[in-house]
Write a protein that binds this ligand. Structure first.
Ligand SMILES: Nc1ncnc2c1ncn2[C@@H]1O[C@H](COP(=O)(O)OP(=O)(O)OP(=O)(O)O)[C@@H](O)[C@H]1O
Length: 607
């Protein structure tokens, strides 16, 4: 029990002319109330009311001193959530359960006069489990209600750090590689194949054996547990292994087996008896190149004489010709090998792969170098098979790719349907930051939310909120941009595994990462625009909402056709103005909900 409760009680009680025993802090400390987080889990719907058997402690103890109000005979019902005159709404004792009906998550909900008597602590009364008894005389019906509220000393986050940006595409790609250790089967997606000649037959295979792969490769696939090809593999592999070889531009969600598809192709195209590079595979970063190398090593583990060379930062400077059959590299270093040191003979290249092709050929990415590499190889080896793979492509990138890569077959997995219709959006108005904090804590205390993500502006505010919520007994963890990619992946893996229910984060988590089970997204801070220097962008002195980021953030829920809820916390007239702009920008309904009434949220869920 923190001193803040006492201070709050102290102030409130003094206002009301109550006398405070000298030793109140010690008394409260000695109660030894633990803030458990054992909320009942949810089955079926997204939101569930927090209920707890009578006699045990309901998490957390907001608005309560651990005392209970009783009318009539003394009853020890433990530290009920509506204790000490705080409004129980239509709280009821049902069958030995305290149901927090209508408790709300507002900062100062209206008390129910039937329950909200002035609190007269009886410190000598026998203690119950996790609480203590208070002998309270019923309030006359017309006495104005008394409210006690918990006021956190520090209920506003620190201001001293800068906002976090969304992850760069290459960073997202690496994070996804760590996350997708298992294949994602895309049972509902359809494959959209655009061919130069639509009358030419399209082959699809049901097993790897149908592809007549090399025996060593089949053995490795068995070893790796690859029983059936994925959608992208069953579509792309027959095209890729066809004679004469075809160029391919392919897109499929992260984790659907793209890497395996082009690695299998490279392994099938190389002649192990030849000791020079025959396949080049480009990735945007050193880490991604290493990841690719691991896949090649695994799939080629039974191919004796197979050698891989990494053309990445830190590779020793040399002019010696390479003898390895497969070169995996980043664009700059690979270009150096092709031009400056001429360690690779471009005329002998049979396959060129661009992984994370959207980054490799976008204007903001490595477009220039990738184009030079492609042109050098294509001129020296006109029959080279070029393959571009990516999880996402912007339309300008696809246009550029189709111009760059001649006669390419384009394989796109049908885009996941726009998730927005599945997401119910609402907002909650709070007077200020302190009220906002109180409202979010009350929300999590009143409802059981299966899995949710809370977005804050900055790392410091995310950490601050997480620490405070942890202290209140909530299962939360933080993900921010200063964490190593592997650490971010570990946090997401634990979140996916249900080890904690609330992920508090920043814009780093706003796009590119799918966690299917996120049912609620909370914008604790609305996303705002920043200028090139990273300062808040103001037009006519006014902050501007970042609608694109808003869309990406709320898109973390409602994935794969599931239902989701987005709740925006508004803590100032400025934030209210911004939510209006967001509403108009998307022509969407963002319904205001009453912070004092959880039924509103459940109505939203049902609507
Ligand atoms: N046919 C398959 N059967 C079983 N597992 C597979 C199959 N294909 C790929 N996998 C496994 O699924 C995981 C994801 O595959 P892969 O890395 O090829 O996907 P990706 O689409 O390239 O993902 P990213 O876009 O993140 O690079 C890997 O662990 C891979 O070993």
């Amino acid at each position: 029990m923190s001193g803040d409760w006492v201070a709050s009680y102290d102030a409130q009680a003094k206002n009301e002319g109550l006398s405070i025993p000298e030793n109140l802090p010690q008394k409260l400390d000695s109660l030894n109330i633990s803030e458990g987080s054992n909320m009942p889990s949810l089955s079926g719907n997204i939101l569930g009311r927090t209920t707890k058997p009578s006699g045990s402690f309901v998490n957390p103890p907001q608005h309560s001193f651990g005392a209970t109000t009783t009318t009539g005979p003394r009853t020890n019902i433990g530290a009920a959530p509506f204790a000490a005159g705080f409004p129980p709404g239509n709280s009821q004792l049902r069958g030995g359960h305290v149901a927090t009906r209508g408790r709300g998550f507002g900062f100062a909900p209206q008390p129910n006069p039937a329950f909200a008597q002035p609190f007269q602590p009886n410190f000598n009364a026998p203690r119950g489990r996790g609480g203590f008894q208070a002998n309270v005389s019923p309030r006359p019906p017309h006495t104005p209600p008394t409210m006690y509220k918990y006021v956190e000393k520090n209920s506003t986050p620190p201001k001293n750090d800068s906002h976090e940006k969304a992850m760069a595409p290459a960073e997202i790609a690496l994070l996804n590689k760590f996350l997708h250790r298992e294949v994602k089967m895309m049972s509902e997606s359809e494959v959209d194949v655009q061919r130069q000649d639509p009358t030419s037959p399209l082959y699809s295979v049901n097993s790897f054996r149908d592809l007549r792969l090399k025996d060593e490769v089949v053995k490795a696939l068995d070893m790796l547990g690859f029983e059936f090809p994925t959608r992208i593999q069953e579509t792309a592999l027959p095209l890729l292994l066809m004679e004469p070889p075809h160029n391919l531009i392919a897109q499929a969600q992260s984790g659907t087996g793209k890497t395996a598809a082009f690695v299998l192709t490279m392994l099938c195209r190389i002649d192990l008896s030849l000791k020079h590079p025959q396949c080049i595979c480009l990735a945007p970063t050193l880490e991604l190149a290493k990841q690719l190398g691991e896949v090649v090593s695994k799939m080629g583990q039974y191919m004796t004489d197979l050698n891989i060379h990494y053309a990445i930062k830190g590779s020793p400077r040399s002019t010696e010709k390479l003898t390895e059959q497969i070169v995996i590299g980043t664009p700059g270093k690979t270009l150096e090998y092709l031009q400056k040191t001429q360690r690779i003979d471009p005329s002998k290249i049979r396959c060129l792969v661009l992984d994370e092709a959207d980054v490799m050929i976008s204007q903001q990415g490595h477009s220039d170098i990738s184009t030079v590499i492609y042109t050098i190889i294509e001129e020296a080896s006109p029959s080279v098979q070029s393959m571009l793979f990516s999880a996402t492509y912007d339309s300008p990138v696809v246009d550029f790719a189709t111009k760059l890569v001649k006669n390419a077959i384009v394989v796109m997995l049908k885009k996941e349907e726009q998730a927005l219709p599945n997401i119910k959006q609402c907002y909650v108005e709070c007077n200020d930051k302190a009220a906002k904090y109180e409202a979010i804590v009350n929300l999590y205390s009143g409802l059981t939310i299966a899995s949710s993500v809370i977005f804050c502006h900055t790392k410091a505010s995310a950490m601050w909120l997480a620490n405070n919520m942890k202290q209140r007994g909530h299962e939360v963890d933080v993900l921010h941009g200063e964490m190593e990619v592997q650490d971010r992946a570990n946090t997401i893996i634990r979140f996916k595994a249900g080890e904690f229910r609330v992920l508090i984060t920043t814009n780093v988590f706003a796009r590119g990462i799918d966690v299917a089970q996120v049912s609620v997204v909370i914008n604790y801070d609305l996303p705002i625009k920043y200028d090139a220097e990273g300062n808040e962008l103001r037009i006519d002195g006014q902050l501007q909402p970042d609608c694109e980021t808003y869309l990406h953030r709320i898109g973390r829920t409602g994935r794969f056709g599931k239902a989701g809820i987005a709740i925006n916390f508004i803590d100032s007239p400025e934030a209210l103005r911004m939510i209006e702009i967001i509403k108009q920008h998307f022509s969407m309904q963002i319904k205001k909900i009453d912070p004092g009434n959880l039924d509103d949220l459940e109505d939203i869920e049902r609507s």
